[in-house]
Design a protein around this ligand. Structure first.
Ligand SMILES: Nc1ncnc2c1ncn2[C@@H]1O[C@H](COP(=O)(O)OP(=O)(O)O)[C@@H](O)[C@H]1O
Ligand SMILES: C=C(OP(=O)(O)O)C(=O)O
Length: 368
């Protein structure tokens, strides 16, 4: 048994957690919260995963809460032919609308075609604008806009790859200066919220919160009794301006470092994390530190020294939980990743038992 007061572990469910025995392994390894990222997979799959976690948790006699993370107004790539694509620096990439006929597009002009789920984004991009993919790991520069190429039968935006890397089906697209953000909750969020309420999940995550307004609008959709707790994901510059009120209005917050690292200055991420944690600690709101905690473990069995140090530092900062994303959702070593988190948390807390939030942490897994 793990000590009840330790920092909690949140694991994102995905194809990798569908393999036999993995959910059970995550639970015995120390998973406290299972996260369903509503941006990926369909509702039948989400339902099956939630039921599987609840069954395995009940058999293990360990509480595991469910967090349904609403997508928010995030632009995303569509499905890629091989699910994954490597973009080389200097290559030409053409962004096209997913599912539209593209007969007028010639391959040699086009370079690599990447489908985009949001046609309004294609119309809005202008020459010279920067586009970031997969949490900013790939950077594009728009060479010619959809308007400039209006002779084609479907909108297309030609870009040059400035920083290369790997993108996957559904990878996020950030255009930090774009004013295109829809109102949160979006129509899509409302559907996922109805799904989450029907399954009586313990937490819902609101993406791209910028002020308390988004929290109030989501709360207005919740039932008066038995509602899930509301986690505000801090990932926009404006959320940092309104941080204190947001933390006050939410039941918990997430340091969503993936989007935060693109939407703000990456160089300031460590300081921003410390500030969010400290504001949450001061108001007794549980805080999750998320994204790329053990990223190399998506492909390798051992984490880097920098990654385990990052986990330990988050615990020392006072985080109440650490989160795995791709590591458990699509990684090759999901159970090992959780066990490593558990070991690092235990080793760090054995020497620094300084968290003021023991009772609050216990509340994170307030399973119904
Ligand atoms: N349920 C899932 N199905 C397929 N892939 C997933 C799933 N969840 C996560 N992933 C993959 O892991 C990556 C990191 O996970 P996460 O941070 O939760 O997603 P995102 O940043 O795309 O919202 C995603 O970009 C995606 O490639
Ligand atoms: C957790 C995050 O959100 P998402 O998975 O929606 O990118 C993040 O941006 O760090």
């Amino acid at each position: 048994m793990t000590p009840w007061h330790r920092a909690k572990i949140v694991c994102t469910l995905g194809p990798a957690t569908d393999a036999p025995g993995v959910i059970e392994g995550l639970i015995s390894g120390g998973m406290d919260v299972a996260r369903v990222n509503a941006s990926h997979s369909d509702s039948i799959t989400h339902s099956r995963r939630i039921e599987q976690v609840r069954r395995a948790a009940s058999e293990a006699g360990q509480p595991v809460a469910i967090l349904v993370d609403l997508p928010g107004p995030k632009f995303r790539l569509g499905n890629l032919a091989d699910d994954c694509c490597r973009l080389a620096e200097g290559a030409v990439v053409t962004l096209v609308e997913e599912g539209r006929a593209l007969e007028a597009v010639t391959d040699d002009m086009d370079g690599i075609r990447l489908p985009v789920r949001n046609p309004e984004l294609l119309q809005a991009l202008r020459a010279g604008e920067r586009v970031f993919l997969a949490d900013g790991s790939v950077e594009l520069c728009v060479e010619s806009s959809a308007t400039a190429q209006s002779g084609f039968n479907a909108p297309r935006v030609r870009c040059e790859v400035l920083i290369g890397g790997v993108v996957r089906s559904g990878s996020g697209i950030n255009v930090p200066e774009s004013a295109l953000l829809e109102l949160v909750p979006t129509d899509d969020d409302r559907q996922h919220l109805a799904f989450a309420l029907a399954r009586q999940v313990e937490w819902i995550g609101i993406s791209f919160v910028q002020s308390v307004d988004e929290i109030h609008r989501v709360r207005a959709l919740l039932p008066s009794t038995g509602a899930p707790l509301v986690m505000a994901k801090i990932e926009k510059r404006k959320a940092l301006v309104n941080l204190e009120e947001i933390v006050e209005a939410a039941d918990g917050v997430m340091v969503a470092r993936g989007d935060l690292g693109v939407e703000t200055d990456l160089a300031e991420i460590a300081l921003i994390q410390k500030r969010i944690i400290s504001v949450a600690n001061a108001r007794a709101r549980p805080v999750i530190t998320a994204t790329q905690m053990l990223e190399s473990m998506v492909a390798y069995e051992h984490p880097t020294r920098a990654e385990v140090t990052d986990v330990a530092n988050a615990v020392l900062d006072g985080t109440d939980a650490v989160m795995l994303s791709a590591e458990t959702a699509i990684g090759q070593f999901p159970v090992t990743a959780v066990k490593i988190l558990q070991r690092v948390i235990a080793a760090t807390e054995a020497r620094h038992n300084g968290s003021p939030n023991s009772k609050m942490r216990a509340g994170m897994t307030g399973v119904r």
